[in-house]
Design a protein around this ligand. Structure first.
Ligand code: HEC
Length: 262
């Protein structure tokens, strides 16, 4: 029996060592730097100020190329999932009204433009994917609603992409429409570096460095992908406390029941 366990253990160890070796050879990617996120860990929450700054970055920069189809303007407000971004109803109305959306058909059977409302989805930058591709040399900027969850590395990966632009290494051929990004698979990305220092002016006066903008917009995108994260974590903590309590009760009961058996 003991021998079997030992053999099994060695086999498992061998598998782990071999597979990690194979992974390292696949592609020379620098490891993603682990960032500090307010939403990490069992007690994680969203930093409301960071969410609003992240929204400002998305609105002024990313939304020129990327859609956010699963989110409505109303989601930013108090009625939004997880309490939204902390904006009140009037602020949400103003944010929505700044964008024009297509509605219709009207009585004449024609589509028309009107200012967006809280119930509208975030207005995409292009009417369809083909138009978006045509504007970006054939590359499609993906919808960002779930991007943080869709990529291995999650928030750290998206942060890595936004801050991972480097000069093309000597000897590497780079097409004109692409740039070198150390965290993008293959290192050739069609997205021009979207962030730079002081690209936005934050309403709360925070200094807008590239790193700050990246950190804030990733916090916003994490919220878009998982707006109920705070509820989920709160429930998790409650469940853990309950399980701990039940363990105590059952242990006490077990001792009592078995007390007379020696
Ligand atoms: C000028 C247009 C443009 C802007 C502005 C822009 N992007 Fe992109 N983005 C693209 C294109 C094009 C791609 C597709 C890149 C590719 O597949 O090579 C892309 C891809 C991405 C990806 C996917 C990377 C992957 O793993 O596939 C992420 C994440 C992303 N963008 C985030 C952002 C964020 C966040 C912002 C705002 C700070 C932003 N983008 C601003 C054009 C843009």
């Amino acid at each position: 029996m003991r021998k079997h366990v030992l053999a099994l253990g060695l086999a498992a160890l061998g598998f782990v060592v071999l597979s990690s070796g194979a992974m390292a050879q696949e592609e020379a990617m620098p490891p993603l730097a682990k960032q500090k996120w307010s939403f990490d860990g069992p007690f994680g929450t969203y930093d409301r100020a960071a969410l609003q700054r992240g929204f400002e970055v998305f609105q002024n920069v990313c939304s020129n190329c990327h859609s956010l189809k699963l989110v409505t303007y109303g989601d930013y407000g108090p009625g939004g999932p997880g309490g939204g971004l902390g904006y009140n109803d009037d602020e949400v109305k103003a944010i929505a009204a700044a964008k024009e959306t297509t509605d219709g058909p009207n009585d004449q059977g024609e589509m028309f433009q009107r200012p967006a409302r809280a119930s509208d989805h975030i207005v995409p930058p292009f009417p369809n994917d083909q138009a978006n591709r045509a504007a970006h040399n054939g590359a499609l900027p993906p919808d960002l609603s779930l991007i943080v969850k869709a990529r291995e590395g999650n928030a750290d990966y998206v942060y890595g992409i936004l801050t991972g632009y480097k000069p093309t290494p000597a000897g590497m051929k780079m097409p004109d429409t692409m740039q070198y990004n150390e965290h993008f698979p293959g290192h050739q990305i069609s997205m021009p570096a979207p962030l730079s220092d002081d690209l936005v002016t934050y309403a709360d006066g925070t200094k807008a460095t590239t790193a700050q903008e990246a950190h804030d917009v990733v916090t916003f995108l994490q919220w878009a992908a998982e707006p109920h994260l705070e509820d989920r974590k709160r429930t998790g903590v409650k469940v853990m406390i309950f399980l701990l309590f039940m363990t105590g009760v059952l242990y006490a009961a077990k001792r009592k029941i078995w007390a007379s058996v020696h």
